[in-house]
Design a protein around this ligand. Structure first.
Ligand SMILES: Cc1ncc(COP(=O)(O)O)c(C=O)c1O
Length: 360
């Protein structure tokens, strides 16, 4: 077990929290670095987005989208705050919760929550999960007096899905608990209807804010649409920090469409296909010498440990393939890579090239 595994450490000299997978693609590389699904947009989504272009002279009216998203999650509209992607949600939290004294971020995870907190002047503490324990989360590791806790579920980049009960155990009066569920829709499990460990419909947990993104599965990273779910009074504080009309009319149209029963059914079907493709990728990777797949991957990407991964990543780029470096995530290092789940043919071609590189 690594010394830092069970500790809460103050921020030190650290990797570049502002690095994201999109910086690793381009130049004709095959993209296994960015976790946005690439597929033709279904008509039920493309049509309302296109129709919204006819309304661009008017300022956005978010009421219909807010009601639709609320309906999807079984909440009243006041418990929904639409945002320009999940990323805006982190900034609103960091700016509005300026009185917070002991913010804790559970790592490794998406780096923007911590980056936003730091940019707003917060002194951030980290709880580092241990690779030797498959990045399992123990709620007892979070300091009792932490008044803001941020954790991802499923977590990027580990692809670990924490039990909902472990996260719910963190909620208490006087604490804001932020659960980033940007990839919750990717976590289908056989025999479990819906999103197995999601807290999105939980209205009984004090201080809970669930962060959701519509940019991943629906390929809308350029449109910027996501939302927060939580207590109405808390969301009103966050809304007060949001610029007027932050979410555009086409993005609102997308939010409404993606909350429909048709969209939710499509998400479930996509997640089931993804699970099969993920198993295939994990099996192919695990068969390679020196490659270890972390934990039991549950999302649209797989984290791998591979001695010399930084060098291997360069070799892959020379062969036309982009994967996500692991060393910019707190708690990982140069021996980690994150690989997006793609179709089987892509996986087979990729893993064959990776095998050649490892054998060379
Ligand atoms: C775990 C996680 N949360 C949130 C985001 C931000 O998503 P959005 O595009 O909705 O801002 C990302 C983007 O990579 C992510 O990986």
């Amino acid at each position: 077990m690594r010394a830092q595994s069970a500790s809460t450490t103050p921020t030190r000299d650290e990797p570049d929290l502002g690095h994201h997978g999109d910086a690793e693609v381009g130049d004709g590389l095959v993209d296994l670095a960015v976790n946005v699904r690439r597929a033709p947009m279904p008509d039920w989504l493309a049509e309302p987005i296109t129709a919204a272009l006819g309304d661009l002279a008017a300022y956005p009216d978010n009421r219909a989208a807010r009601a639709a998203v609320a309906g999807r999650h079984g909440r009243p509209p006041e418990e929904v705050l639409l945002t320009a992607g999940a990323a805006e949600g982190f900034v609103l939290l960091a700016r509005a919760l300026i009185g917070v004294r002991r913010p804790v971020v559970v790592h490794p995870q998406f780096t923007e929550p911590e980056a936003a907190l730091r940019a707003a002047g917060h002194d951030v503490e980290r709880v580092l999960l241990d690779p030797a324990e498959d990045f399992r989360f123990d709620p007892a590791r979070v300091p009792a007096d932490a008044d803001l806790v941020m954790i991802g579920n499923p977590t990027n980049p580990t692809s670990v899905l924490h039990p909902a009960a472990d996260l719910a155990a963190l909620a208490r009066p006087g604490r804001v608990l932020v659960v980033d569920e940007a990839f919750a829709d990717t976590t289908a499990a056989p025999g479990v209807p819906g999103e197995p460990e999601s807290l999105a419909a939980r209205r009984d947990l004090p201080g809970l804010v669930v962060v959701r993104s519509l940019t991943k599965t629906w390929g809308l990273a350029g449109l910027r649409i996501g939302y927060l779910l939580g207590d109405a009074a808390l969301l009103a504080r966050l809304a007060a920090a949001q610029p007027l009309w932050a979410v555009s009319t086409p993005a609102l149209a997308a939010a409404t469409a993606c909350a429909s029963p048709v969209a939710v059914a499509a998400e479930r079907a996509i997640a089931a296909g993804l699970a099969a493709d993920r198993d295939h990728l994990a099996a192919r990777l695990s068969a390679l010498p020196g490659v270890r797949v972390a934990g039991r991957p549950a999302s649209a990407f797989v984290l791998v440990h591979l001695p010399g991964a930084a060098e291997v990543r360069q070799r892959l780029r020379e062969r036309g393939w982009a994967v996500r470096r692991g060393d910019t995530f707190p708690g990982l290092g140069p021996d980690w890579l994150r690989v997006a789940v793609r179709d089987r043919d892509t996986t087979d071609t990729f893993t064959a090239i990776l095998a050649e590189i490892l054998e060379a």
